[in-house]
Design a protein around this ligand. Structure first.
Ligand code: NAD
Length: 252
């Protein structure tokens, strides 16, 4: 059977769990060779153990040197890099750091800096690093990760700003790198059933579910499917776009 990503070399960041792991597994099932990267050494080796022939790399996407090393691992092993999925991301805010019920602390500088560093700067640094081989080979696909929070979400100023920034970055890179035949797009998930949403208090989650037209959380595999489409030849004329995979939440 032929896969939609047969023969492609794909790098997925934040592949130690959740959406990243599901995306790496789906890419492998579609015929791609995988480099999987994450900050967490134990988790990333668990993902790699699930994918025959994959390479695990530990690194921090907010650090330029780590991004270069992650991409070089891919090019040294496989000789090229066709696809980058920028998935690594964190959430640090009142939703996840409640002091006690009903007592949320104000966002700190550390929370702001950490989230912007990983979600936005990390996406930019990884894209820059991946563009080196992609420009040399005259083509590639990059799929970034935004969120419905990009439209605004009370209590998540840092996360919302980072994810809105990812959309602006996606559109700009798509314009700048079209001349190199690099397509740059973005998946914007709604509330997905991962460790990240497990950290959301039950009451907040109830409110969240009430606002989802499809009335359930999404599964990581449903985000992976969008990444596959945007990374595949089926999306060859699509660049600078955002696909909202959110059960209808962004409809308002
Ligand atoms: P997750 O916490 O399960 O997985 C994120 C992974 O990123 C983890 O394995 C973590 O170790 C890794 N990571 C964190 N910081 C890193 C760094 N500096 N360098 C490298 N790796 C790092 O979360 P998830 O729910 O699978 O989220 C994946 C992406 O989807 C994130 O960008 C997140 O913001 C986005 N997203 C998630 C949801 C959701 O509801 N789960 C909704 C919208 C957007």
């Amino acid at each position: 059977m032929t896969g939609r990503l047969d023969g492609k070399i794909a790098l997925v960041t934040g592949a130690g769990g959740g959406i990243g792991r599901a995306t790496a597994l789906r890419f492998a099932a579609e015929g791609a060779s995988l480099i999987v990267a994450d900050l967490d050494e134990t988790l990333i080796h668990k993902t790699a153990a699930l994918i025959t022939g994959s390479i695990a790399v530990t690194g921090d996407v907010s650090q330029r040197a780590d991004c270069a090393r992650i991409v070089e691992t891919a090019t040294k092993q496989f000789g090229r890099l066709d696809i980058l999925v920028n998935n690594a991301g964190i959430m640090r805010d009142a939703l996840t750091t409640r002091v006690k019920d009903g007592d949320v602390k104000m966002m700190s500088d550390d929370q702001w800096d950490a989230v912007l560093a990983v979600n936005l700067k990390g996406t930019w640094l990884m894209a820059q690093a991946a563009a080196v081989p992609m420009i040399a080979q005259k083509g590639g696909r990059i799929t970034n990760t935004s969120s419905i929070s990009a439209n605004g979400n009370a209590g998540q100023a840092n996360y919302a700003a980072s994810k809105a920034g990812v959309i602006g970055l996606t559109r700009t890179l798509a314009l700048e790198w079209a001349r190199y035949h690099i397509g740059v797009n973005c998946v914007a998930p709604g509330a997905i059933n991962t460790r990240m949403t497990a950290a959301i208090p039950e009451k907040v989650m109830e409110g969240l579910l009430a606002r989802i037209p499809l009335a359930r959380l999404g599964e990581p595999e449903e985000i992976a499917a969008a990444h596959v489409f945007l990374a595949s030849a089926d999306a060859s004329y699509i660049t600078g776009q955002v696909i909202w995979v959110d059960g209808g939440v962004s409809l308002g």
